[in-house]
Design a protein around this ligand. Structure first.
Ligand SMILES: *Cc1c(COP(=O)(O)O)cnc(C)c1O
Length: 242
């Protein structure tokens, strides 16, 4: 356990170092970029250690796995206040469950999903489970491949319009993943431009969540304010995971 803590501490320091260096190289302030620790497939005990090391925001991509983990981490660290972000594709029939624990959903990519989340959040608000609207990011697809989630550029503003009409949701910005095999600088340049177009119409949508273990430097060069880092922080995930 202490060995694992020491390993996570070392990895966390290295990731923070990379983020800081990327910010300096891009002429940005290091505190402009937040680290979202991606903890999919990571056991709750590791999340507890990451909380001990000062991390507060965690990204999960499967509702069922996350729901159990949220409860277990609360049991392990009752005094901590972790924030949980859903970063994976969400089925509408899981919206109610997600609305119970998610502090932000970064993967909204359809009006029907937005509606399901909106209804779920408002139900939670009526029963006292939640007070504020749920912050959401729209997932932007650089290559328009529907299998990987996200909406293409021409669907971004209409979806934003729709989300901003949902009382239970708060439109915070854009999330994107660089397509496999693509040049990350080219991909994140497109993401940056799509995010700017969104912000021009919806000034509150300031968050840009882009960059992972392999490409966070390129994302920081293109205005990302949230990097979602899993592997570099916790080590290789089992191959069976997504
Ligand atoms: C798994 C995942 C990450 C983290 O990827 P790593 O390469 O492990 O850092 C980031 N974003 C999303 C949407 C993911 O599913």
């Amino acid at each position: 356990m202490t060995d694992r803590r020491a390993e996570l501490e070392k990895r966390l320091a290295a990731v923070r170092e990379r983020i800081a260096a990327a910010c300096v190289a891009a002429g940005r302030e290091p505190d402009e970029v937040q680290l979202l620790a991606v903890t999919k497939t990571v056991p709750p005990a590791d999340v507890a250690l990451l909380l001990d090391l000062g991390l507060a925001a965690f990204g999960e991509n499967r509702v069922q796995e996350a729901t159990a983990k949220v409860a277990e981490v609360a049991r392990l660290r009752p005094a901590a206040a972790p924030r949980w972000h859903l970063i994976g594709s969400l089925q509408r029939n899981k919206a109610a469950e997600a609305a119970r624990w998610a502090h932000r959903v970064e993967s909204v990519d359809s009006e029907r999903l937005a509606d399901a989340l909106d209804r779920a959040v408002r139900r939670e608000q009526e029963t006292g489970g939640r007070v504020t609207p749920l912050p959401v990011l729209l997932q932007f697809s650089v290559d328009g491949d529907p299998r990987r989630g996200g909406v293409p550029r021409n669907a971004l503003l209409p979806l934003a319009e729709h989300v901003s009409s949902c009382a239970g949701l708060q439109l915070d910005g854009v999330m994107a993943v660089a397509p496999l095999g693509a040049d990350p600088d080219g991909a994140f340049a497109e993401v940056e431009s799509a995010a700017a177009a969104l912000r021009a119409e919806f000034p509150q949508a300031r968050t840009l969540s882009a960059g992972m273990s392999g490409d966070l430097e390129a994302a920081v060069r293109h205005g990302s304010v949230v990097v979602r880092v899993g592997t570099a922080l916790v080590g290789e995930r089992p191959l069976t995971s997504r």
